[in-house]
Design a protein around this ligand. Structure first.
Ligand SMILES: [Zn+2]
Length: 409
């Protein structure tokens, strides 16, 4: 049993400390962890005598994965662009021709809430079947009032209707929508729509905890990003940032300056950015699934970030254009082979550190008394086999608040 007990968030060497208990047991009461430790001790507790027993002997138990970066609600895959990319077109070339994010905007606007919900629910079941118990989900494929509110309302409805916990993020600043691109002042007008209208509307209706911006070439500049995130802060939306993915823009420093919860991607950061991040409480969330799916060679400098002392987290970036996966174990495999993180570091990054980036480290991310009984059980003998096997699912059982939400057949 990997408890991940102790202080969160984890930096440097402490990313390797999994708090392993051999022959462990967890006592669950009212959805929370009542006791945790060696089975010989837990089984003797008075409360344990009447408890229903789930035997997971010979397997590895760990906290449910926290996937802190997803674009859950979208209408369709972009498989045709996948083929174009394989045949040589770049992600940005496809975007310039109205493909990419704008392609997903077109299909989302045309889809009904029912259709979107059905697709998202199916995805959430796949998340659960790979050991994930909490996700963050972003809007950003509506890019108009109706579309963005449609996505954020679905986050709220899905939170009430199914077991996976969803932290909602407003990403109206994903890209500038087509109808604003014709005029020279269109981007400024769209930023104004976000800051003066959509952000206050989203906050007033309690539809998001976070505000995110895609700060990059072809999306929003550093100064526009700052304006949008400050409007979010004024409305009590905590900043997150898509930063330094395609080119270095200074977004990581902006994230630190605004005390953002997280800055994500970071393929293009330099050593001085790493130092600034390492001194901050802003989480460096790495998304290797994106580079893998796009066939890119440049991954984020995970080793340098860890060695400098940054709080490193991992997430799937589940989205139809650049990272169509709900599998945290696959992301762990990529973190190990491509980012050179050890299996222990990758597990810490996708549990307690990811929970910290969502402001939930006091409730989830480790197996400790009082925390939610969110557990994943894997059909492996050694925790290192979780990333070692790739492209196959070794998840055996997933519990959210003590309830079974997935069991392997
Ligand atoms: Zn993203």
């Amino acid at each position: 049993m990997l408890t991940l007990r102790g202080r969160g968030p984890r930096r440097g060497n402490s990313l390797s400390q999994l708090g392993i208990v051999k022959d462990g047991a967890v006592l669950v009461r009212d959805g929370r962890i009542g006791a945790v430790g060696p089975a010989s001790k837990i089984e003797k507790l008075v409360a344990a005598r009447k408890a229903e027993k789930v035997d997971v002997a010979g397997r590895v138990v760990l906290p449910g994965f926290v996937d802190s970066h997803t674009h859950l609600v979208h209408a369709a895959s972009r498989a045709e662009e996948y083929q174009l990319k394989i045949q040589g077109a770049s992600y940005e070339e496809i975007a310039r021709k109205g493909g990419g994010i704008l392609n997903s905007v077109k299909t989302l606007r045309a889809a009904t809430s029912q259709q979107l919900k059905r697709r998202a629910r199916a995805a959430l079941e796949v998340f659960a079947s790979h050991g994930t118990t909490t996700i963050e989900a972003k809007s950003g494929y509506g890019l108009d009032v109706a579309g963005e509110l449609k996505i954020l309302s679905l986050h709220k409805e899905l939170s009430a209707e199914q077991p996976i916990e969803i932290a909602s993020t407003f990403l109206g600043a994903h890209v500038v929508p087509l109808e604003f691109r014709e005029k020279a002042s269109g981007t400024d007008e769209y930023v104004k729509l976000l800051t003066d209208w959509l952000i206050p509307e989203v906050a007033a209706n309690g539809l998001a905890e976070y505000c995110d911006v895609f700060c990059d070439r072809g999306a929003f500049s550093r100064s526009q990003s700052k304006q949008i995130l400050e409007a979010g802060l004024k409305n009590k939306l905590v900043p997150r940032l898509h930063a330094e993915q395609l080119m270095r823009t200074g977004a990581a420093r902006l994230a630190v300056e605004l005390e953002a919860a997280s800055c994500d991607h970071l393929e293009q950061i330099n050593s001085s950015d790493i130092r600034v991040l390492a001194k901050s409480d802003t989480v460096a969330t790495l998304l290797p699934g994106c580079d893998f799916h796009l066939g890119l060679r440049q991954y984020a400098p995970a080793r340098k970030l860890i060695e400098a002392g940054a709080i490193v987290a991992l997430a799937t970036d589940y989205n139809p254009g650049t990272s169509p996966t709900m599998s945290m174990p696959m992301i762990l495999s990529l973190a190990c082979t491509q980012l050179r993180m050890t299996p222990a570091e990758a597990i810490t990054a996708s549990t307690i550190n990811a929970a910290y980036s969502l402001g939930r480290h006091n409730r989830i991310g480790s197996l400790e008394v009082g925390k939610q009984a969110d557990l994943a059980v894997f059909e492996v003998e050694d925790y290192r086999e979780i990333p070692y096997y790739f492209g196959v699912n070794t998840c055996w059982l997933t519990l959210k608040n003590g309830q079974v939400i997935y069991a392997a057949a």
